[in-house]
Design a protein around this ligand. Structure first.
Ligand code: SAH
Ligand code: SF4
Length: 364
């Protein structure tokens, strides 16, 4: 089978070209055609010698994953469903704002971490996405939005907050991140590319060394008893270890703060006491908070915290000097809001057949 050149970052593409007896600058030219110009057809790469184009055609392909649907929300949010084969599909969401355009991309078909309040988690897990499938979401979104030639005015920011846990698919995530940052590919600033993690502590250290970008950490609870239930990976990497990992990450991060995401669920984690407990928890971690009113999905046992509760909770953090924003719900008319992404996952974990935690056991 031919290799898919969208699976390579600059370094591995250069190595592959060397194996074919080709010079590094040829790899660079092809990289620019693929990612800056959105070209998949070797014959359209007009500054390559005909003999090289023929060689490439014989040995390689450039195949992004197919877009199977493209929905536009009333607020301008746009959701793409991307086919990744064998009955699996993932979602990619474009969120336009006045001063930027953010693309939210997926890294896995499903997610194995099973957070109690997440639609993706409830779908189970099938597999990691390949580099071509991760970067292919940016490729396809650029094409659909009419933005080629590395035009940053359309997609200026990327957040890995779609389906899946990026740090559980480390190698492919890092290769895709490197393409996003590469001037011969998408040329995005490190500060405008964010990885969101539920807190895979040892992998946070690896990311810091391999490719430090902005980091968001899904906190959702101020103590281990509650977080153990909402974010089960906490049982393995408890809050004390997570806070220490955040501090270590900041030593090399492109931004001087961690963003803590906190999904607000009525009667679960939204009391004043929880906010005060958070202040103690993050005392030594320079951070900002992003409160996300819970987005319901079919079968979810939680309710969104009322707006005045979210405001009061935010005020407690703000009064203590922590920059706190509340995420606007975008695209919920097309099920594109945080935590609503479900795509289509052929669960291999059999979780979907199994347990759900009764609500009364979650309150702490
Ligand atoms: N797996 C990564 C990134 C994807 S989720 C992570 O967990 O960080 C992106 C954000 O949406 C996370 O903070 C996640 O906890 C949050 N989220 C999940 N389900 C949600 C829901 N139903 N309502 C609001 N936010 C949700
Ligand atoms: Fe996975 Fe993130 Fe959803 Fe948790 S919140 S199940 S880590 S995608």
């Amino acid at each position: 089978m031919s290799v898919n050149l969208l699976d390579f970052d600059a370094e591995s593409l250069t190595a592959w070209f060397a194996e074919q007896g080709e010079k590094p600058f040829r790899a660079r030219q092809v990289l620019r055609w693929m990612h800056r110009s959105g070209v998949a057809d070797f014959d359209a790469m007009t500054d390559l010698a005909k003999s090289l184009r023929e060689k490439l055609r014989a040995r390689a392909v450039v195949v992004p994953p197919a877009v199977v649907s493209d929905k536009l929300s009333d607020d301008g949010t746009r959701k793409f469903l991307i086919d990744v084969g064998n009955g699996n599909a993932v979602e990619t969401v474009f969120i336009p704002e006045d001063d930027r355009g953010t693309l939210c991309i997926s890294t896995q078909a499903g997610c194995a971490l099973d957070c109690a309040f997440c639609s993706t988690g409830k779908q189970g897990f099938n597999r990691n996405l390949t580099v071509a499938e991760i970067i292919g979401q940016l490729w396809q979104a650029n094409a659909a939005l009419g933005a080629v030639h590395g035009d940053e005015r359309v997609i200026s920011n990327v957040v890995m907050m779609g389906m899946g846990e990026p740090l559980a698919n480390f190698d492919n995530t890092v290769a895709a991140l490197r393409l996003m940052l590469d001037d011969n590919a998408y040329g995005l600033s490190r500060r405008r590319v964010t990885v969101s993690t539920s807190g895979l502590v040892p992998v946070m250290d690896r990311l810091r060394e391999a490719c430090p970008v902005a980091l968001a950490v899904s906190l959702h609870a101020p103590n281990d008893a509650l977080r153990d239930q909402l974010v089960p990976i906490n049982q393995k990497y408890p809050l004390k270890d997570l806070m220490a990992a955040c501090r270590r990450y900041l030593e090399k991060a492109p931004r001087d703060f961690i963003t803590f995401e906190y999904t607000m669920m009525a009667g679960i984690n939204d009391a004043d006491a929880h906010a005060r407990e958070l202040l103690a928890l993050v005392r030594d971690v320079p951070c900002k908070f992003n409160l996300i009113p819970f987005n319901p999905f079919p079968g979810s046992p939680f309710r969104r915290s009322p707006a005045d509760r979210v405001r009061r909770f935010a005020d407690i953090l703000i009064q203590a000097g922590i920059v706190t924003t509340t995420r606007k719900t975008r695209g919920d008319d097309i099920d594109a809001a945080c935590g609503q992404l479900a795509g289509q996952v052929r669960d291999k974990t059999r979780r979907t057949a199994g347990r759900t935690i009764p609500l009364q056991e979650i309150r702490t």
